[in-house]
Design a protein around this ligand. Sequence first.
Ligand code: PLP
Length: 405
Amino acid sequence: MAGASASAFPAARVWAAKTVGSGFSIDEFEQRIARRDFRDISKDLLPTPSMVVDLDLFQQNVKRMADQTKSTGINVRPHVKVHKSVDVARHQISHGAIGLTCATIAEAELFSGSGIKNVLWTKQPVSVNNIRRAVALSKKDPTFMFVVDDAQVLQWVTEAAAAANTKLRIAVSVDANMPRQGIENGQAALELAQKVHSAKRVQFEGFMAYSGGAAHTKVWTNRRKRSSDDLAGVRESVALAKKSGLPVNIVTGGSTGTYNIDHDNGLTELEAGSYVFMDTAYFSIGGQDDDKVYSDFKGALTVLTTVDSKHHPNLVSTDYGNKAITRPTDQVKGMPWLQVGTQGAEYGALKWTATDKDVKLGDRVEIYCSNLDMSTNAFDRYYVTKGDQLVDVWPIMGRSGAVQR
Ligand SMILES: Cc1ncc(COP(=O)(O)O)c(C=O)c1O
């Protein structure tokens, strides 16, 4: 984390885990969590490895996005795959988010089922299972919408909608220079948009175009150019659609990396996700005023771990192992001289070379993870803290089996 500014990466302390004398048993700990009685529960008493959210930094991040969208006139429909949490989503909605973006139908069902409106699913339903679920969710929640990038899928979903006597809201997914989904821009996109618009029981919403290549492009000016280039074809498709008289309600895409760029690139809304917590993949992309460090959003999420063995020079073992998605690219909060290593399913390592530094048995450290999507999938709950004090617990409801469910 060389060169990290103090404001982006708040100083952390290393502290010795309490091994004796905590006020209550583990049974009482769980009972207290269940009844939301967090008095006297400090970070010392939390299990490890565990996910800890710094409430103040999280709220700052959400506010920063809200302020940016207000000042530039673009909307935000945040991506939930990053946090998978209804509590986080509700906070985003209360700060002006117009809905949510989901990667799977299971996520869409979860968040729509929690009462949040205008959920967008960014993949097209293809299997019988997914088609039925997309149609059923459209019936239950008429604000739900999804995308198609193929006329075949449009035919499948309209047949299923007719059988269920349900209306659908559909956006056309177009290519944004990323070889994974999206119909070719221009005439092909226009023809599919016209088919969606004229299909029975379907409301054409507009276009979706996610430029994944731009999101993590280093140096802000390079990122701005990459995003503009990636979205050039999308602007053409939108212009053709409007010219032919189609109502284009939304043009959705964008990311944490392009949140202060894409209002100039033809998007009407951002699908940004990582900004709520941030990960090390984003720290180093550089911001508008700093080519090295991206400090617009703060590291609000850490994995708390305990040093549980020390028998080798400049190396200790921790309980933050592969099952908790430890990565060598993780960074230790406040201690850039420590390098994170992997040792096994339940074993992580911390290594250092500096001769004037040390880590002791029982120390606890906090680590920024490398990729939020993967890491938050490995945990059941966020321990939400103010300073060292636990103030809330948010279940990670969209985690794990969500991909198969
Ligand atoms: C479809 C889609 N939209 C938007 C995003 C942007 O998310 P983030 O802000 O976390 O980079 C992603 C990230 O993978 C995505 O897959």
